[in-house]
Design a protein around this ligand. Sequence first.
Ligand code: IPE
Ligand code: IPE
Ligand code: MG
Length: 273
Amino acid sequence: MIDLTKLAEPGSAEEELLRRIDPGKLPRHIAVIMDGNGRWAKSRNLLRVEGHRAGIASVREIVETCARLEIQVVTLYAFSVENWKRPRYEVATLMMLLKEYIRREIGTLQENNIRFVPIGRLEGLDASVQRELAWAQEQTAQNTGLLFQIALNYGGRAEIVDTVNRINVLLREKGLDDFRVDEEFFSSHLYTANTPDPDLLIRTSGELRISNFLLWQIAYAEIHVTKTLWPDFRRRHLYEAILDFQGRERRYGGIDENDAEMFVEAGEMPLEE
Ligand code: IPE
Ligand code: IPE
Ligand code: MG
């Protein structure tokens, strides 16, 4: 198991947080709704796009930290199918920043053994953006460390509909008209096929909503909402989110084992009279 405290300066506040994290109980998959860039900019009398620019430093730090923590998957929500409603200038700047990010960070992704995979309706993005994404995916395809998924032109409902349609085509092609789809089969045809569901979902900027993110996959995710705006979100905030996660009792609809024993010992079987 990794020695987490090695990731921080001795005596620092980060080291103190890392000391409290159980390395044996890390989330396998962390999903993040990166929100609050506009408000961050507004509070500084800057243009909204400056908030997006500042948010890139947070992306860099969080992805790198997830790799160091040996997390399996991190999924960042960068652009939703609904975000096209924003002014053209803002959308264009976001796309430009994305291309810039890829060009600048590809080296760091390689050094950290990170596999980069975009998810969403990628065919709806600008051709130049698609090319850049495909290039980065190809360049990092052999990496075996952290899987970094970036959700672009992404919608949870769109993903479910796309999956239904994809499965339909597949079954028709194979002549399997009466094949019964189950949850496992369905999951393995989502954009996120072959990845564990998120254990921890983080949303920055305090908003208590899901905004159409990973609707199927978050069925049993633990949700951590922080008031911190995305451009201010740093390593220590990630550690705090993980600590919050580790303090939760995950039940998946069941009950605590100790409670179950008490129930049986009392001989209460109401349906077996
Ligand atoms: C999140 O920040 C980034 C994207 C949705 C692309 P926002 O731009 O939504 O910032 P707020 O919510 O307006 O503060
Ligand atoms: C969610 O943030 C989408 C992304 C982070 C890419 P929004 O700012 O678009 O969500 P709403 O509009 O507040 O629900
Ligand atoms: Mg927002």
